[in-house]
Design a protein around this ligand. Structure first.
Ligand code: HAM
Length: 414
């Protein structure tokens, strides 16, 4: 390690940035419980199988992006690249597997070994939800509505919601055959990865970002028309529910999403202020198999990238109000005053005031410079005389107005 920078694709988050993060997290903690969701916290790493089985071996995430390692006990482990598989692993222990509904949300770091770029990190953070145990278009529509509610609460009103259906596993074969037939005729002009995908996982071609593949993908058949009647009815009902809820959306017939567990509804939310990495949130209905499970866990959910939400809010000029109250700087003239000010600061902090002070012996001038640097609203100044007379000097830093008051009046003035 030759520098003080963290590893590529990771970031330190400093105190002056944290109020923005808190705002996003607090809003999640406020909005999701309105829909009956409770917070869940699961380990940052899981057995690798949870992801290989849960997300799918042929996904980019599993094939190329996982941080996997063997621990000293010889266990194969992986830092979670997303939240759904681990949360489902945790919920296997509950009645969810037998169809009881469970609604959970999480705010957590995720890890993907992607090439770092603006909005694409190796450690990033997601706010996500999972509603498991039940199936029905109303659940999917409600989940999408909640996603939009969350974004609106954050002041993001101009995002674009794209939706599509992936049908069911039974629907996939005829649709996959139609795609194979079409892409088979164009494959020689497509990227190397797509040539592999043609055999291994044809759906991933629709997700390819390579330039040479774009027009070919754009002209591919819209396979949802080949899905069974039930799947089409399911999707029509989701569409109808969203309209009734007054949610604006666009149907993107080639939206498949990058994870293999999706069934029926999929959705993605993009924002025009972001460049290449313009998805701020994504989700859908899924059926997820985990190691040792004979039947899948079903659910619907979404996750939003916190770093990308912050970028959008910055582009929109939205700033959260600093929630901490007025800041006070206690200035001490002499070491006795410093000792008394430490006691006073302690009392004020217990009453909920933010108080900082210089703990080294410094001149008045040096302390007043520190007051200015600190952004304090008030300086409270005492020396031996003031302590003896039970008074204190209060300086309002915004107006520079300064007055001596009785110590007992201090909290009324601040
Ligand atoms: P995802 O689309 O892979 O879905 O990720 C969700 C969101 O996480 C993306 O829309 C993006 O905002 C953010 N994100 C993903 N990768 C990165 C990255 N490398 N750097 C920064 N942000 C990133 C999932 O993870 C699913 N588990 C969502 C879900 C929940 N589906 C059902 N339930």
């Amino acid at each position: 390690m030759a520098s003080f920078s963290p590893p590529p694709g990771t970031s330190d988050i400093f105190p002056d940035e944290i109020s923005e993060w808190n705002q996003l997290e607090d809003t999640a903690k406020k909005v999701f419980p309105l829909y009956g969701y409770g917070e869940i916290r699961t380990p940052i790493f899981e057995y690798t199988e949870v992801f290989t089985r849960g997300i799918g071996n042929e996904t980019e995430v599993v094939k190329k992006e996982m941080y996997s390692f063997e621990d000293r006990g010889g266990r194969e482990l992986t830092l979670r690249p997303e939240g759904t598989a681990g949360v489902m692993r945790a919920l296997m222990k509950t009645d969810t597997i037998n169809g009881s509904e469970m609604r959970v949300f999480y705010i957590a770091p995720m890890f993907r070994g992607e090439r770092p770029a603006a909005g694409r990190k190796r450690q990033f953070h997601q706010v996500g939800v999972e509603n498991t145990g039940k199936i029905g278009p109303e659940y999917d529509a409600e989940c999408i509505a909640m996603t939009m509610h969350y974004l609106n609460e954050l002041g993001i009103d101009d995002s674009k919601l794209l939706i599509n259906t992936r049908g069911t596993a039974a629907d996939r074969e005829p649709a996959a055959n139609a795609l194979k037939e079409y892409f088979g005729t164009h494959i020689s002009s497509m990227c190397h990865d797509c040539q592999e995908r043609l055999q291994k996982n044809i759906w991933r071609i629709l997700d390819c970002k390579a330039k040479e593949c774009q027009t070919i993908i754009k002209d591919s058949p819209q396979v949802s028309s080949l899905f069974g009647e039930k799947s089409r009815e399911y999707f029509n009902k989701v569409v109808q529910c969203l309209k009734e809820l007054g949610i604006a959306f666009e149907i993107d017939p080639r939206l498949v999403r990058g994870l293999d567990y999706y069934q029926h509804t999929v959705f993605e939310i993009t924002h025009p202020s972001l460049g290449g990495q313009n998805a701020i949130a994504g989700g859908g209905r899924y059926e997820i198999f985990l190691p040792g499970s004979k039947k899948p866990l079903i659910g619907v959910g979404f996750a939003a990238g916190i770093e990308r939400l912050l970028m959008v809010r910055e582009a929109l000029g939205i700033k959260s109000k600093d929630s901490t109250g007025k800041k006070i700087f206690a200035v001490s003239l002499g070491s006795y005053a410093k000792q008394e000010n430490m006691k006073l600061a302690n009392q004020l902090r217990h009453q909920g005031f933010t108080v900082v002070m210089e703990l080294e012996d410094k001149s008045l001038k040096a302390q007043m410079r520190a007051v200015n640097r600190s952004g304090a609203n008030y300086a409270i100044i005492r020396g031996d005389d003031e302590i003896e007379k039970n008074v204190i000097i209060v300086k309002n830093m915004a107006t520079s107005e300064q007055k001596e008051i009785q110590l007992s009046e201090l909290t009324n003035i601040l």
